[in-house]
Design a protein around this ligand. Structure first.
Ligand SMILES: Cc1cc2nc3c(=O)[nH]c(=O)nc-3n(C[C@H](O)[C@H](O)[C@H](O)COP(=O)(O)OP(=O)(O)OC[C@H]3O[C@@H](n4cnc5c(N)ncnc54)[C@H](O)[C@@H]3O)c2cc1C
Length: 374
C-alpha cells in the first residue's frame, strides 16, 4: 500500500522533505499558502552554497559540511534527470568580515584540519588570481560549492509530489493515528505523517517554539552599471556576498536585520550591501546602484542559530513523541545546505532507515530532555 504524507510549506525545507519521501515511493501532498512554491525565504534568484568555517568542529560545522556534499550531489543528480537548476559550482573566496576576524578566519583550514585541496588559506596574490578581481586581502578559498537559484531547486525537489498552492493550513488535529490537516478554505486533508516546514509560522501549530524572523535584503545590480564585477569568477563572501554575473545581473547581499536592531528602508539596504562590497572592491562606484532592484525576505532562526529537525514531542514534554508529526524549520542563513539533508534525515527516521547520529543534535526531543523550552 502506498504510504501517505502531508508537508506544510513549499520552501526549501518542505520541498527537501517532500523529495526525500517521494523518492522512497511515498505519495506526498505539498501544501503552500502562496500561489507559487519558493515565494518567501526560498524565493531569491540566487543563494550561495557554503559551509560554516568555525574555529573548532561543532555540530553545525559537521551539519553544513555534510550538507554541502549532499546538496551538490543532489543537484547534480537532478540536473542529470533533466531538471534545470540555475547556478554553478564555482567555489568561493571567504574574506574576513572585519580586520579583527582575519587571524581567526585564516587559521580555520588548519584548526579544522581540512583537506587543502578543498579549503585553504590564500594570500593576496592568490585571492586576486582566483577571484579575477584585485583583492587586497588574504582569505580562505573553498573549492567546493558556489551558488544556486533556490526556486529552481525547489521546483526540481517538488516535482514528484502533489503540489497544492493557495493551500494555507489553519490547524492540525489527530484522530486515532491519523492527522487531519485543516485548510483555511475549509478543506480537510488527512495522512498518518505530517511534516511542518513553514518556517517561523510553525508556532501556529507548536506555540511553545521560540522562533525569530531576521529580515534580509538582496540587491540586484544591473551589469552595465557594475562592470567592475564582470571578471568575478567565484562567490565572494565577506559580511555579505557577491555572486558572479549571470543574466546581466550582479546579485549582492544580504542585509541581516533583527527586530531589536531595527529595519532598513530598501534604499538604505542597497547602500549597505554596496558599501560592504566596496570595502573589498574600492573601484566599484556608487553609480552601481542605478536601476538597482532587490528582494526582501525573512530568515527563520532560533536561539543557538541552528535548524530544528525531527519528530515533535508531546506538548507536556515528558519525552514522548507525537506519532507521525515531524518538523524542519529554523534554517537561518544556510537553508540550501540544511533543508535537503534535514529532509533526508527525517525521511530515513520515518521509514526506519539508519540516521546519522548528528541528527539528534538538531532535534526538539534533545531540548526537552534537558528540561529546556523549545
Ligand atoms: C535575504 C536572504 C538571503 C539568503 N541567502 C542565503 C544563501 O545565500 N544561502 C543559503 O543557504 N541560504 C540563504 N538564505 C536562507 C535560506 O533562504 C533559508 O534558510 C531557506 O529558504 C529556508 O527555507 P524554509 O522552507 O524553511 O522557509 P521558506 O522558504 O520561508 O518556506 C516556508 C513556506 O511555508 C509557507 N507557509 C507558511 N505558513 C503556511 C501555512 N500555514 N500553510 C501553508 N504554507 C505555509 C510559506 O508561504 C513559505 O513558502 C537567505 C535568506 C534570506 C532571507
Amino acid at each position: 500500500m502506498t504510504q501517505r504524507a502531508i508537508v506544510i510549506g513549499g520552501g526549501l525545507a518542505g520541498c527537501g522533505a517532500a523529495y526525500a519521501l517521494s523518492k522512497r515511493g511515498w505519495s506526498v501532498d505539498l501544501l503552500e499558502k502562496n500561489s507559487q512554491l519558493a515565494s518567501e525565504a526560498s524565493g531569491n534568484i540566487a543563494g550561495i552554497v557554503y559551509p560554516h568555517l568555525t574555529t573548532n568542529w561543532i555540530d553545525s560545522t559537521y551539519l553544513y559540511f555534510q550538507g554541502l556534499d549532499y546538496t551538490m550531489q543532489l543537484v547534480d543528480d537532478l540536473r542529470g534527470q533533466g531538471h534545470k537548476i540555475k547556478g554553478e559550482w564555482c567555489g568561493m573566496l571567504q574574506l574576513p568580515r572585519e580586520a579583527k576576524d582575519a587571524a581567526r578566519l585564516l587559521a580555520t583550514p588548519t584548526s579544522l584540519g581540512l583537506d587543502a585541496n578543498i579549503v585553504r588559506q590564500v594570500n593576496v596574490a592568490q585571492a586576486s588570481e582566483l577571484s579575477g578581481l584585485e583583492i587586497q586581502q588574504a582569505g580562505v578559498h573553498i573549492a567546493k560549492g558556489g551558488w544556486l537559484c533556490p526556486p529552481d531547486f525547489c521546483a526540481a525537489l517538488a516535482s514528484g509530489s502533489n503540489i497544492l498552492l493557495n493551500a494555507e493550513v489553519d490547524n492540525l488535529q489527530k484522530i486515532a493515528d491519523i492527522w487531519q490537516v485543516h485548510l483555511k478554505n475549509g478543506e480537510v486533508l488527512s495522512a498518518p505523517v505530517v511534516i511542518i516546514a513553514n518556517a517561523a509560522a510553525a508556532t501556529r501549530f507548536i506555540p511553545q517554539l521560540k522562533l525569530y524572523s531576521v529580515a534580509g535584503q538582496v540587491s540586484l545590480l544591473r551589469a552595465e552599471h557594475s562592470p567592475q564585477l564582470a571578471p568575478l569568477k567565484l562567490v565572494l563572501c565577506h559580511n555579505g556576498y557577491a555572486i558572479p554575473t549571470h543574466d546581466n545581473i550582479n546579485c549582492i547581499g544580504a542585509t541581516y536585520e533583527r527586530e531589536d536592531t531595527g529595519f532598513l528602508s530598501a534604499g538604505q539596504a542597497h547602500r549597505l550591501n554596496l558599501k560592504h562590497l566596496q570595502k573589498f572592491i574600492p573601484t566599484l562606484l556608487d553609480s552601481a546602484l542605478e536601476g538597482v532592484t532587490g528582494r526582501l525576505g525573512w530568515r527563520c532562526t532560533r536561539p543557538g542559530n541552528i535548524p530544528l529537525l525531527g519528530q515533535v514531542p508531546e506538548p507536556a514534554g515528558q519525552g514522548y513523541y507525537q506519532k507521525g508529526l515531524y518538523i524542519s524549520v529554523a534554517h537561518a542563513s544556510r537553508g540550501m545546505l540544511s533543508c535537503p539533508l534535514g529532509g533526508e534525515w527525517i525521511a530515513r527516521q520515518i521509514v526506519g532507515e539508519p540516521v546519522d547520529e548528528l541528527y539528534d543534535a538538531f532535534s526538539l526531543g534533545k531540548y526537552l530532555r534537558w528540561g529546556r523550552v523549545m
